[in-house]
Structures are given as C-alpha cells and as structure tokens.
Design a protein around this ligand. Structure first.
Ligand SMILES: *[C@@H]1O[C@H](CO)[C@@H](O)[C@H](O)[C@H]1NC(C)=O
Ligand SMILES: *[C@@H]1O[C@H](CO)[C@@H](O)[C@H](O)[C@H]1NC(C)=O
Ligand SMILES: *[C@@H]1O[C@H](CO)[C@@H](O)[C@H](O)[C@H]1NC(C)=O
Ligand SMILES: *[C@@H]1O[C@H](CO)[C@@H](O)[C@H](O)[C@H]1NC(C)=O
Length: 426
C-alpha cells in the first residue's frame, strides 16, 4: 500500500518549529501571586518546587492568541523561592532556560529508565514538588539520580542559552588568552603540531554552573543529611556537564597545513551526560545515615571545578557562606570503603521495591509494563515482571517504511503492515 506522509510530515515539522525552534517566551502573570513559599522543614526532602517549571513547556500552555508564547501557570511561579525569582528578574531569559532544562531532564530520565522497574514516570502534578512522585521522599538512588540529572540539565541549558544569546546577562566565553606567539625558528619546530589559541565561542559553562547552582541549590541549606545528599548530587550533576565538555578546533595555515588552530570548548550532547549519570546510578555510593557528615572547611566544594569554570575571584561574604554550605565530606556507609567522590551519586536509604503497587511512595508496580520475552538485557520479562510472568500477543501494526527524503524538505514513506509480538507483565 502506498501512502504519502507528506502532509503529516509538514505538520509535524511545523509543530516542531513552533515548539522547539522559536524562542520560547514565558509570560508571567504578574501580581496576585501567592508568596507563601513552602520552605517549612516538614517539606524538606519532598523534592524541589522549581521542578514545576517543566509545566511551562507543556503544549496546552501555549497561548492561542500569541503563537509561540507560553503562559506559565501562576501557581507554578508562586512556588519559586524569593531568590529564584530575583535571579529570573535579573537574568532575562533564565527562567526559559531552566524550564527547558527540567523538560530535558524528564525526557532523558524516562529514556534511561524505560526498561527498568522504576521508569521515572511523572505525576500529573499541581505543584512542582511532587513532579516525580513520592519516591523523592526517600534518600534512595532514584532520588539521587533525579537531583543530579535535573541539576545537570539546568546547567547545560543555561550554558547553551548564553551561547545562543537568549539570556541577556551572559555571552559565550572567549575563553583563555592565547599562549605565547611563535617568535623565532627555534620554538617553531616543537610547536607546529599542537599550537592553538582559544577563540571562537565557547559554551559558557562557568555561568551555567554558577547560576545553575544558585537557582537549583537555593532551598538546600546543607544542615540535615538529606540536604547534604541533595547538595552533593546536584553538584555531581554539574560536575559531569563540565567534565564532559570537549575541545573543538579549526585549522589555519597554508593549504591545510594546520600550523595554527583556533579552539573553543563545547558542551557535549546531553544524552552523553545522562548516559554517564545512569552509569553512576548503577554504582551509587552508600553513605552513612547514622552520623552526620563532618565539615571540611578548608576544602570548599567549588574548588574541584577546573580553573576558569567559575567567574569569581575574590570571595564575597555570601560566597564564604556558600563555601561553608558546600564544605563537607560525606562518610561511607561501610567504613572500609573510600568516601564518595565528586562524581558519585550518593544515597543513604535503600530503594523501595518497585514491583508491587505501593501508594506510600506513589509506586504503581510493574503490572501491564511492556517487556521483551526474548531479551537477555534489562527489558527481560522475568526481571521487569518480578517473576509474575507475562502474556505474549501477536499484533499487526501499520508502520512507516521505505522512507525517502526529497530535497527540500519532504519525507515520503510507505505504510507497511508489520507483525509484532508484544509482551506485557501480568
Ligand atoms: C511507567 O510505567 C507505568 C506502569 O507501571 C506506565 O503507566 C507509565 O506510562 C510508564 N511511564 C513511562 C514514562 O514510560
Ligand atoms: C491532569 O490535570 C489536568 C488539569 O491540570 C486535568 O485536566 C487532567 O484530566 C489530568 N489528567 C489525569 C490523567 O488525571
Ligand atoms: C527483544 O529482544 C530481542 C533480542 O535482544 C530483539 O531481537 C528484539 O528486537 C526485541 N523485541 C522488541 C520488541 O524490542
Ligand atoms: C532473563 O534474566 C534472567 C535472570 O537474569 C535469566 O535467568 C533468564 O534466562 C533471562 N531470560 C532470557 C530470555 O534471556
């Protein structure tokens, strides 16, 4: 059967343009915003309210009168802390970047956990705090992952936004000044192959880390073990964004001789960051719950970022306070192990079982989950269905096939009937 998907494709591309490519303006409903920021102790450990910004990206929030304009639900804006609102006022475009960051974090989390018993499903929330459900009330590895990936995505998104010029208060980084110039024949020999200068436009990860940290860590004072866990995992997320940056260069010189190169630092694709964070989740560091972490005032957390990553030089009073907040060393659960490192995700409570329904932690169980009866991997039915077994159905589905690309910009496909087996946990 021949079938042209041209029309459908055009529609899809248009929708994509509107949603993804046009600068997204977030319009805030000013005034009459409830200022009661929920910062009371009883809410600590129940998640971060700003996650609710993900709601800004929902298609049903696009205002029909101004295409491309997203109205942010004022109840979400109302959940932001005073400092977060100040940051957004001072940095036009920041909130859009944060909102894009949370949405990215959610889709990456669901990608990484698509075949796991816990699949990072999102609640139909009204307030951001419960976006990931009650599982964040436990200091378990899933919670560690959620904090790390949301923090990483926000830093990534802010740094990218600087380069794209959508945050008014930052630019891309010109990076370091060039190394010394070639002056005579002697140095020329050794230096031809490797010589480069910083130039072009580096992604401003320094700004992404600094402002991301201020925004994301605002609610965490670092007093309780749970707050320390959150701070550590937030910082680990940012660390991976920074350490996975790579240098890109362009050659100069006569006829491609590449005697001189111009280089800049570029953020890696966020999928790479989420892959690495998932590896860390698979081997998380168990920290001691009984003893609160000792402080380590001489080794502020922020120092571990390579030189040039943070924009500050002389610490202000506020930064001293900040260093105090981050200056701690968590203790390993098993004293024979090394203390957790900067890149590790840390947790102190075991995960709840995700097999059965458990309303206490908002767990739906794995009933009805799709699995693969012939896979030896993580989507293996016997693992995903927790040994309850599965049912196998043969279905015929229509799929696009034999797609051809026509310049420019249509895709034409045939529709093919494909027989598929669908396995579902009982
Ligand atoms: C996660 O699993 C539940 C069933 O346990 C399912 O209803 C939900 O759609 C899944 N979410 C995602 C994002 O795959
Ligand atoms: C989710 O919430 C919206 C309102 O915010 C409501 O219209 C919708 O029916 C809800 N969906 C579900 C599945 O509960
Ligand atoms: C199930 O796993 C097998 C073996 O890994 C693979 O060949 C097959 O495509 C998978 N099926 C689905 C529906 O993912
Ligand atoms: C699924 O995993 C279990 C446990 O690891 C293993 O015993 C079983 O052979 C696997 N199933 C398939 C089809 O590979």
């Amino acid at each position: 059967m021949q079938f042209s998907c041209k029309k459908m494709q055009t529609f899809a591309i248009t929708a994509y343009l509107v949603i993804c490519l046009s600068p997204i303006f977030v319009k805030f409903v000013q005034g009459n915003v409830d200022t009661g920021v929920m910062s009371k102790n009883k809410n600590r450990g129940k998640g971060s309210m700003w996650w609710g910004l993900a709601k800004a990206g929902e298609p049903n929030n696009i205002s029909p009168t101004h295409p491309g304009v997203i109205s942010l639900d004022k109840s979400v804006y109302g959940t932001l802390r005073r400092k977060q609102r100040r940051l957004s006022r001072e940095n036009t475009g920041l909130l859009e970047a944060v909102a894009r960051g949370v949405s990215l974090a959610i889709s990456e989390c669901q990608h990484q956990f698509r075949n796991q018993r816990w699949n990072c499903s999102i609640k139909n929330f009204s307030r951001g705090r419960n976006l990931f459900g009650k599982v964040v009330e436990k200091g378990c590895p899933e919670t560690a992952f959620i904090y790390a990936i949301t923090s990483a995505a926000v830093t990534h998104s802010i740094a990218r936004a600087c380069t794209e010029g959508t945050i008014e208060s930052c630019y891309c980084q010109k990076h370091y000044s060039s190394p010394q110039q070639i002056t005579d024949g002697k140095t020329k020999e050794v230096s031809t192959a490797r010589r480069f200068e910083w130039g072009g436009c580096s992604d401003n990860v320094g700004f992404g880390i600094k402002v991301g940290r201020e925004f994301v860590d605002t609610g965490e004072r670092g007093k309780s073990l749970r707050e320390k866990m959150n701070l550590h995992n937030n910082e680990a997320g940012r660390w991976h964004v920074q350490s996975l940056m790579r240098r890109e260069c362009k050659c100069h010189g006569m006829s491609g001789s590449c005697t001189m190169r111009t280089c800049w630092m570029k953020l890696t694709n966020f999928r790479t960051v989420s892959d690495v964070l998932k590896e860390r989740y698979d081997k998380p560091a168990h920290i001691a719950a009984h003893s609160l972490a000792s402080s380590k005032p001489n080794k502020p957390h922020a120092n571990r970022f390579p030189k040039g990553s943070t924009a500050n030089s002389i610490p202000t009073k506020r930064e001293n306070k900040r260093k105090h907040k981050y200056g701690f060393q968590l203790k390993p659960y098993n004293s024979e192990f090394k203390p957790p490192g900067d890149k590790d995700l840390v947790y102190y409570e075991l995960s709840p079982a995700f097999c059965e329904k458990n309303p206490e932690f908002g767990i739906q169980g794995t009933y009805g989950r799709k699995c693969n009866g012939s896979s030896e991997g993580v989507d293996n039915c016997s693992i995903l269905c927790c040994g309850r077994g599965f049912i196998s159905q043969e279905v015929i589905v229509n799929e696009r096939c034999n797609c051809r690309f026509h310049w420019c910009c249509d895709v034409q496909c045939d529709m093919c009937k494909v027989k598929k087996r669908i396995d579902t946990c009982v």
